[in-house]
Design a protein around this ligand. Structure first.
Ligand code: A3P
Length: 287
């Protein structure tokens, strides 16, 4: 199926129409944040599910009940997705945890007024591309990626779900008020998960004993998260996610792009990256 059949356009970017109705988008735009809400913001395939495991465990002081009993889309729901208005978020006790795949400029008015804490996770876009390529091949609501070179061009042009990686990252890095936003990369999580858990806990003002930090980091290891049916998407119908084509928790490594992109594709990617990111000062660690 084509983009015209599967996607709608919101703020100029494609989004899977099956998951985002006019009603849910309206709910999002009118959403009222509380000051102690926590928002996980990501471009898809950057480590959303990982953070949806880490943050609730920090908030609960290491108690695994929520990650063992609630699927990630209910535990830390996307504020823009269809099911959102069925979840009675207004009745949830604080601190509530949410997710979004939207750019900074698409946040509801209340986000800018209330300034809840937000954690923005970024990942090497070549690995985002690689993960997306497999994801687009297995998710029924996504346009089939087709030949890799075509999908690469679409990705670099932002003609994929949730638009351009470049626009997304630059929008969040360009936030006028950064005091309530923590920026972290997938690669930092890979390199030292324990340290990242400690830093996130500090950002959330949730002091934790070293043993608790260690336990949380251990639970959030790829191998362990893969076994958690509340986080590995095994509960989603195989008509929506064909996990036989590609698992959602697929490889969980940094640098898999080296197995995916040809030398020419990688060089082309680098050239586009250099041009689009030339004014960005942030040190990601992969560039
Ligand atoms: P790969 O496809 O490269 O394996 P998102 O949740 O934003 O959609 O991102 C999905 C990507 O994050 C997938 O990447 C998935 O395997 C990876 N991921 C999820 N949990 C992880 C973990 N605990 N450790 C490492 N990678 C993880």
């Amino acid at each position: 199926m084509t983009e015209a059949e599967l996607y709608s356009v919101y703020y100029g970017v494609y989004m899977p129409a099956g998951l985002h109705s006019p009603r849910s988008l309206n709910y999002f735009s009118e959403f009222s944040f509380r000051p102690d809400d926590i928002l996980i913001a990501t471009y898809p395939k950057s480590g959303t599910t990982w953070m949806q495991e880490i943050v609730p465990l920090i908030v609960s002081g290491g108690d695994p009940t929520s990650v063992e009993t609630l699927p990630n889309w209910n535990r830390t729901p996307w504020l823009e997705e269809n099911q959102v208005y069925t979840l009675k978020l207004e009745q949830r006790p604080s601190p509530r945890t949410f997710s979004t795949h939207f750019q900074y400029g698409m946040m509801p008015k209340s986000f800018f007024e209330v300034k809840p804490r937000a954690i923005y996770v970024m990942r090497n876009p070549k690995d985002v591309f690689t993960s997306s390529y497999h994801y687009h091949g297995m998710a029924a609501f996504a346009v089939n990626p087709g030949p890799q070179s075509e999908f690469l061009q679409k990705f670099l042009d932002g003609k994929v779900m949730f638009g351009s990686w470049f626009d997304h990252v630059k929008s969040w890095l360009g936030a006028e008020e950064k005091g309530h936003i923590m920026y972290i990369t997938y690669e930092e999580l890979i390199t030292d998960l324990k340290d990242c858990v400690a830093r996130i806990a500090q950002f959330l003002e949730k002091p934790l004993d070293p043993e608790v930090i260690e336990k949380i980091a251990d639970r959030c290891l790829f191998v362990n998260m893969k076994k958690n049916n509340m986080s590995n998407y095994s509960k989603v119908s195989c008509e929506v996610f064909d996990l036989k084509k590609s698992e959602f928790l697929r490889k969980g490594i940094a640098g898999d792009w080296k197995n995916q992109l040809t030398v020419a594709e990688s060089e082309y990617f680098d050239a586009v990256y250099r041009d689009k990111m030339k004014d960005v000062k942030y040190k990601f660690g992969w560039d």
